[in-house]
Design a protein around this ligand. Structure first.
Ligand code: SAM
Length: 298
């Protein structure tokens, strides 16, 4: 008895069946080291066919035609080169919002939702809060807080104008354009003396330079270095933020900083040395790791 590979068995002159294409694609992605090959194969096929993944599951016999196959192949090649799915799809979900992302910005991570959770918990009962998203990237943190606090005014600062362009498009797309201000700035540099915020939230670059090349290829080869590289020990920006933030905090205002759990003890010691904070609390992410340092100004 002769056997042929699944893709070949289902190929016809006019195309390939969904089920055969998916199993072939999943295997090629797995061979390339992709860690979620089944999911990514379905996402690629769904985007090319303009349907959702449930539709693929319900119609495994559906034919995929040559033009669609060419598009699938081009997206699959990108994923096999380990480009992140979020860049291939052009969006990523964060705090139940769909955010545009492109290679100029960090892809928002689930653990960063802890910054939003804390901001909403701290400001929830306040009316017109002034919020600063420092190192805003795609705008994920500031825009998620804006979605929860309809009267809040949010300022988003980032050193990278390309990232701010993406944040601006996200703000407009989500309908927050009128209560968001976006500015290119080296940390607080662009702010005027006397500018004050009830809450400053920041997810700065905090990976140690020497650890960058050891990250997954999706991160080390595709995400912007400026969004990741925190200097020799990863603490360059964290140090500056802890030192400079009190000048921009309203009385009793809060500073939230995301960091690597290994940086928490030093960051808390720095906040004590700084002398302008009245309290410090650590918060764990969903994996149980200390991820956010919460400091309250005097
Ligand atoms: C880890 S990413 C965070 C992006 C976004 N807030 C998020 O959580 O998905 C860090 C961001 O800091 C920005 N950045 C790096 N150095 C900066 C600086 N000196 N001042 C302001 N932003 C900076 C990068 O461009 C990048 O967008």
């Amino acid at each position: 008895m002769t056997t042929s590979p699944p893709a070949a068995r289902s190929e016809t002159k006019t195309g390939t069946r969904v089920c055969a294409l998916l199993s072939c694609l999943e295997k090629r992605l797995a061979d390339a080291g992709v860690d979620s090959p089944g999911l990514d194969a379905r996402l690629i096929l769904a985007v090319v066919l303009g349907c959702d993944r449930a539709h693929l599951h319900a119609h495994p016999e559906k034919m995929v035609f040559p033009e669609e196959l060419a598009r699938v192949e081009s997206l699959a090649q990108r994923r096999m080169a380990r480009e992140p799915m979020a860049y291939i799809m052009g969006e990523r979900e964060f705090w139940s919002m769909s955010l545009l992302v492109s290679p100029g910005v960090l892809i928002p991570r689930p653990e960063t939702e802890l910054l939003v959770e804390r901001a909403v918990a701290l400001l929830g009962k306040k009316g017109q809060s002034r919020i600063l998203d420092l190192c805003a990237g795609s705008g994920a943190v500031g825009l998620a807080v804006a979605s929860e606090l309809p009267k809040a005014r949010v300022t988003l600062l980032d050193l990278c104008s390309k990232a701010l362009g993406v944040a601006r498009r996200n703000a407009e797309r989500l309908g927050f354009g009128s209560r968001t201000g976006l500015l290119v700035s080296d940390l607080f540099g662009v702010l005027a003396k006397g500018d004050e915020f009830d809450l400053i939230a920041s997810n700065p670059p905090y990976v140690a330079t020497g650890e960058l090349d050891g990250l997954m290829p999706e991160v080390s080869s595709f995400e912007p270095r400026i969004a990741l590289d925190g200097g020799a020990d990863g603490m360059d920006l964290i140090r500056r933020i802890i030192e400079e933030a009190p000048a921009y905090l309203a009385r009793g205002g809060f500073l939230l900083i995301e960091m690597d759990p290994r940086q928490m003890t030093e960051a808390e010691a720095l906040s004590e040395e700084q002398g302008s904070y009245r309290s410090a609390r650590r918060h764990n992410d969903l994996a149980g790791r200390e991820r956010v340092l919460e400091l309250q100004g005097a």
